[in-house]
Each structure stands twice: as structure tokens, then as C-alpha cells.
Design a protein around this ligand. Structure first.
Ligand code: F6R
Length: 366
């Protein structure tokens, strides 16, 4: 059942190229330059008339929503708010009929997300669900939606659900960008091609597992860890930190890299590993200067860089390379080494990777 892997989590990490291919199947038609998501197509007017998009979710799905904010604002030029479902529903939020709410949930059973959907619909908003489990409660409460088609996710720590959620968000934003005319047809076609190539680039990335294991061995006894990223990769830093804390029980925090000097930098000493996402697109020089600041305080640096990088390589203690992609697609790749790093550290610490203490796969109580 684990397909030869020691844990479901590792199996599911390695399934991601396949899962994304399934998410794209029949929807991304590169030759025709078409994206076909019937749940979106059938409600195009609601999306085109939307004054803003509110994304509601919890945990890892909320991190996917944050990536969605960057994607939608960038591609579709529409304001996006990303909300923890639990805060949104109890805040007396301002919701109107011109809002489109996107609810993201792997299980489709998360109580707070479900309640947020009901609240939004009662105020006249249009609710679109991105779920993995077919026929789950959330899929029945939505106005419309799209499945991620990641296949069953058994490991409690979410992996392939996250990257397939981002894949659906990318497809939605690309389709809407064409419909609204916020993206040139040349850029649109280029993006479709990039999306098509993601599974094979992921496959390539997954083959460096041994390298990540060595890094894991060096840091398995850490008590704290800091994750930094900017722009599209700020949410990936949050997700990397969440993966580490939930399965290895090491305290970890994710931060936008530029916020480091507003507090977290005080934590840095020679026992603090800092995982920095420093891909070549998107504020690269600024992240490099953050890396220098960490180095001069003797922090240990594990950097995720783009293939061929030399600048960061010279400074960092370890570098992990990802294949070149344009910025909006980087989260799909930068996530992979962070999942593997958490996995190996947790295994080395003898933690129950697939069923971490105190956690349940779906949180059906608030
Ligand atoms: C983290 C994790 C949780 C879930 C959260 C939302 O690895 O699995 O943070 O992401 O409980 O669950 P869904 O997506 O089922 O609504």
C-alpha cells in the first residue's frame, strides 16, 4: 500500500509529479492554448464581475491560498484577501454579492472552512471550492468548484494536496487573465508551456533526495529553525516551517525574509539553522543580503537556489538547486526540498511521520 516507500508521506512526496499531471489532465491543453475548468467556465460572469477574491482555508491549504494571492494579483489584477477560516467566520467580516470566495481544503471536511463558506453564501457571495476528496461536505456546500485530483492523501502532513492546490489556482488565474485581458497572449502561451513542464522538473528535483538526507543528518538535533522567503516564496517558507514542526516537533518559524531585521534576527547564532529560499527571480539581491546578515551572525544557512547559482553557493553552508522556472511557478518546486528535509529529520528523530502526535487528518471540530 505504501508502494515500496517506508511511509505514506514519502510516497506522497514522490507522487507529486504524477498528481500534478492528473490535476492538469484534460484541463490544460497547451497546443490549443486552452484551459478548461468547467466549474470556472460555467460561472465566468461571477468571476469577471468580482471586485475582490477572498480565499478561506486552514493550515497548509491556507498557505496554498497565500500563494494564490500572489498569483491572482499578478496575473488577474484583482485584489485578494487570504483568511484563516476560523478568524474570518467569527469576525463579522464585510462580504458582498460582488465577492468571490475561494475555499481551499484537501479533506473537504474542515469545520471552520465549512462554516466560513456557509457564512459567505448567506451574504450573497459566490463560493468556489478547491477540494481533493470527491463528494466531501465542502464540495456539497459550494456554488461551484474544481477538484485537485491528487489521489488519497494518507499522511497527516499535507504534501501533494498543497502542490495540486497551487496548480489549480495557477490554472484558474491563467484562464481569468486571458478572459480579462490582463495577460498578453504570448505570456499566456508561455505560462501554459511552463505549467506543462512542471511535473518533469519536479521529477528531476526529487532525485536529489540523498543530498537532502545528508543535510538532515547535520541538523536533526536542532531545537529551532527559521525559514525565510520573499514574494511567491514567502508562503513556502511558512509551509516549510509547518512541515518541520508538525512531524519532527522542532520549533520552526517562517518569515518574509525582509521582516528578519524587525525581530527574528535576534535569534540567530551558531546553533540556528536558517533555511532561505533564494531563487534567481524575485528580489534575489535582497535575499542575498539577508543571507550575508545571517552569515555574519554565524547562523547556519541552507539555501534553495536556482540551478547554476554561484553567489549564494559561496556564502551558504548548503545549497539545494531547483530547475529554472519563472517566478510564479517556483513554489511548486521550492516546496519539494523542504518537504523532504522535514521528512528525513523526522525519521532520524524516530518520530511517527505519518501520524504525528496530537494531529488528525481532518479537523472536523473547531
Ligand atoms: C498540515 C495539515 C493541516 C491541514 C489543515 C486543513 O500538514 O495537513 O494544516 O492543511 O488542517 O485541512 P484541509 O485542507 O483538509 O481543510
Amino acid at each position: 500500500e505504501k508502494g515500496g516507500y517506508d511511509h505514506f508521506m514519502l510516497k506522497e512526496i514522490h507522487e507529486q509529479p504524477r498528481a500534478i499531471t492528473d490535476t492538469l489532465r484534460g484541463r490544460l491543453l497547451v497546443d490549443e492554448a486552452i484551459i478548461k475548468l468547467s466549474g470556472l467556465e460555467n460561472n465566468m460572469k461571477r468571476f469577471l464581475n468580482a471586485e475582490r477574491i477572498i480565499i478561506v482555508a486552514c493550515g497548509t491549504s491556507w498557505h496554498a491560498g497565500l500563494v494564490g494571492e500572489y498569483i491572482f494579483e499578478d496575473f488577474v489584477r484583482i485584489p485578494v484577501e487570504v483568511e484563516y477560516a476560523s478568524e474570518f467566520r467569527y469576525r463579522n467580516p464585510v462580504i458582498t454579492e460582488r465577492d468571490v470566495v475561494i475555499a481551499i481544503s484537501q479533506s473537504g471536511e474542515t469545520a471552520d472552512t465549512l462554516a466560513a463558506i456557509k457564512l459567505a453564501r448567506s451574504k450573497g457571495a459566490f463560493v468556489f471550492g478547491i477540494c481533493n476528496v470527491v463528494g466531501s461536505s465542502i464540495t456539497r456546500e459550494n456554488d461551484s468548484g474544481a477538484y485537485t485530483h491528487a489521489g488519497p492523501e494518507i499522511g497527516v502532513a499535507s504534501t501533494k494536496a498543497f502542490t495540486t492546490q497551487i496548480t489549480v489556482l495557477l490554472m484558474m488565474a491563467l484562464r481569468l487573465a486571458r478572459a480579462k485581458g490582463t495577460m498578453s497572449s504570448a505570456d499566456y502561451r508561455m505560462n501554459l508551456q511552463e505549467l506543462q513542464l512542471i511535473p518533469s522538473k519536479m521529477e528531476q528535483l526529487l532525485s536529489i533526495d540523498e543530498n537532502i538526507k545528508e543535510i538532515a543528518r547535520e541538523y536533526m538535533l536542532s531545537t529551532n529553525c527559521l525559514y525565510l522567503g520573499r514574494g511567491y516564496n514567502f508562503p513556502v517558507a511558512l509551509e516549510g516551517a509547518l512541515k518541520l514542526k508538525e512531524i519532527s516537533y522542532i520549533h520552526a518559524e517562517g518569515y518574509p525574509a525582509a521582516e528578519m531585521k524587525h525581530g527574528p534576527i535576534a535569534l540567530i547564532d551558531d546553533r540556528m539553522p536558517v533555511i532561505v529560499i533564494a531563487t534567481s527571480k524575485g528580489h534575489y539581491e535582497k535575499v542575498v543580503s539577508n543571507i550575508q546578515e545571517i552569515k555574519s551572525r554565524k547562523g547556519k544557512i541552507i539555501a534553495i537556489v536556482t540551478e547554476g547559482d554561484t553567489t549564494v553557493k559561496d556564502i551558504a553552508d548548503h545549497t539545494i538547486e531547483i530547475p529554472e522556472v519563472s517566478e510564479a511557478f517556483t513554489p511548486l518546486l521550492t516546496t519539494i526540498p523542504l518537504q523532504l528535509l522535514s521528512y528525513h529529520i523526522a525519521v532520524m528523530r524516530n518520530c511517527n511521520v505519518d501520524q504525528p502526535r496530537n494531529l488528525a487528518k481532518s479537523v472536523t471540530v473547531e
